[in-house]
Design a protein around this ligand. Sequence first.
Ligand code: XXG
Ligand code: FE2
Ligand code: CA
Length: 359
Amino acid sequence: MTETTSYDPAPPDIVRAAYGELVVGDLESARWFWVNVLGFVVTAASSSPKALYLRGYDELTHHNLILTEGRTPAAARLAYRVRTPDDLDRAERFHRERGCRTERVPAGATRGVGEAVRVEDPLGFTLEFFRDIEPAERLIQRYDLRRGGHIARIDHFNLMVPDVPASYRYYSSLGFGCSETIEDEDTLYAAWMYRKQTVHDVAFTGGAGPRLHHIGFFAHESHQVLHVCDILGSLHEEAHIERGPGRHGVSNAFYVYLRDPDGHRMEIYTSDYYTGDPDHPTYRWSVHDPRRRDFWGHEVVESWYKEGSAVLDLDGTPRPVSDSRIDESAVTVGADGLGIIRREPGAGTRTVSPPGARS
Ligand code: XXG
Ligand code: FE2
Ligand code: CA
């Protein structure tokens, strides 16, 4: 880990981003998109609540994504797996100390998942921390079963937040390292933070929030990203393609962003890099670098900066949204086409700082 500060009480030892639950308006339309087109594996289906429990081909756990039918499309919660049962107590103490509402739920409250702690976090998201989950068969070499985007596993959550520095500080206190940022002299526009040894488990996009920006899912090969776009084109369902395919500057991943029938955004993401060494540095992109969000300098569409999914509190009520303090899309923005194009000499340099350099 790159974080050296110690916190009291100690945070839970988080292993990785593990699953998200999305509320969808019509489960059959959602099934068409996530299962038929994208190729998620259905581990289980339930009728009350009306829900699908989905996973990627590599996953060893019951689900990475739950789709639940409900009245208002929203993100119900985001779940992190922790290392030991004691980490449930740590998650509870850590959040109570910060004045957050917490709730302990028994094993089985979520199908396949053991006892868990749920919290309304300081940023306004409902998080779940769990240790135990039913195992599932890893289908990595069942090439005969694969379809669509060949989704392998969950990779990350991307959160739309009005205050990126506050989000950075909260996740630092939870023991996350920082792999990359977008910034200028006085503003932090975005940050990518990790527990598992990849670029991220969570990232922040500045915008009205709390809202879910997207859930990122890993595929092994870039042609799988292209293939899903070809399928959507063939079906004349190309409107589901929002941004890309392309190569990210941040993370180096090959990507595409899709919108599901309810507007929830997902990313298919492949080929980022290893971050597990203890002195892994933070790469800092200038907000003026047109390559930061698309390495080839392609425009970022406005909807990508502005739209996101509502998030629910512990009672299932949508959270009120506060306006953003910053608007990256309005800064100079060579690549985005939303601001004034200014290609300054020297813009484009990515700087590298040692771990923990930003306070
Ligand atoms: O996963 C990601 C992203 O957060 O979705 C966006 C990696 C990189 C980027 S960016 O648009 O900044 O290249
Ligand atoms: Fe992403
Ligand atoms: Ca489009």
